[in-house]
Design a protein around this ligand. Structure first.
Ligand code: ATP
Ligand code: MG
Length: 305
């Protein structure tokens, strides 16, 4: 099946601000793509374009073959905005029913969706009594109703506790398993806990990476940290053999590229009983993200796009 989102060379200029420059991005059915970027990188602008709220100054977009914002597109797209706001006087159930009606979804869906987001018990309470997490879950409920072919989520998990975040990602994964395309924005990879198939990174309106996380890890080629703890009174000898920096009087810290890791580990194991323990730390998700989204640095990340 062809892409649900097909964005080609999209640019958006707001007077002097280049919010997006020449962005091309595809999202296929069943695919979850994370759109990452710092504040002002252009994430929300891209969502607003995909929704048809604003027209790009250049480029083309199709949503399953439809023009953004057309009736055809609106029937199949759901959106959870950055800031969810619902009429306070309505109950959770009334909110979801309202969106179900807008999308022409069967009203039977409402109860099922409320159950999914764990709001059945609170469904008949006014939204003004909801906690922040509950409001966010209600936002997801309105987005899930009607089985959207494309789910757009703008920072859906910001402000959620880890357990709620986990639950959110499970529900989003279920949409993808059922063939929906998901595009969700976030400020960093660590918030995402590497839950998506592909990661697209915007930096100052330009797409600087678009690849599975494992590819980004390889491309970034960030150093791996190896800490070797020496057996008692062997630190001088271990340091002389391995080099690196001495830490805490008993350990040596080394950094190496992925391609050198096994060679170094086998040298360490060659030291036998002189070594008490080895700790290998790959780059964190945060470090990988920072590598691709460096601010104030116009060097193009190695090997990407
Ligand atoms: N209507 C507008 N008029 C003028 N400038 C705008 C408008 N909308 C967005 N911008 C500018 O476009 C740039 C991208 O903004 P956008 O809201 O897309 O960023 P974002 O990645 O969603 O950031 P955040 O993480 O803070 O939500 C910013 O410089 C912003 O000031
Ligand atoms: Mg935004």
């Amino acid at each position: 099946m062809s892409e649900i989102v097909k964005a080609r060379n999209v640019s958006m200029k707001f007077k002097a601000v280049d919010a997006l420059t020449d962005v091309s991005l595809d999202v296929a059915p069943g695919e979850q793509v994370a759109l990452l970027g710092h504040n002002g990188a252009g994430k929300t602008t891209l969502f607003r374009i995909l929704l048809g709220f604003i027209r790009p100054t250049a480029g083309s977009i199709s949503i399953a073959g439809f023009t953004p914002g057309s009736d055809g597109a609106r029937r199949i797209v759901s959106y959870l905005p950055e800031q969810v706001a619902f009429p306070k006087m309505l109950t959770g159930r009334e909110v979801v029913r309202f969106y179900a009606r807008l999308k022409g979804a069967p009203l039977d869906d409402v109860q099922a969706v409320l159950a999914k987001v764990d709001l059945v018990d609170a469904a008949d309470r006014r939204v003004e009594t909801y906690s922040k997490g509950m409001r966010q879950r209600l936002g997801l409920a309105q987005a899930l109703v009607g089985r959207p072919a494309l789910l757009l989520l703008d920072e859906p998990t910001s402000g959620l506790d880890p357990l709620s975040r986990q639950h959110f990602y499970e529900l989003i994964a279920e949409v993808a398993r059922q063939g929906g395309a998901v595009l969700l924005s976030s400020h960093g990879l660590s918030e995402l806990e590497a839950k998506t198939d592909r990661v697209a990174i915007l930096r100052k309106g330009q797409l600087v990476a678009d690849a599975p996380l494992s590819d980004l890890q390889r491309e970034a080629n960030l150093p791996i940290r190896i800490r070797v703890r020496a057996a008692s009174s062997e630190i001088d000898s271990v340091h002389a053999e391995m080099g690196g920096a001495r830490i805490n009087g008993a350990s040596v810290e080394l950094f190496c590229e992925l391609g050198d890791k096994m060679r170094i580990l086998s040298r360490i194991s060659g030291l036998g009983a002189k070594v008490e323990d080895v700790d290998v730390s790959p780059p964190t998700l945060d470090q990988i993200y920072r590598h691709f989204s460096k601010v104030g640095d116009d060097e193009t990340p190695r090997g990407m796009l």
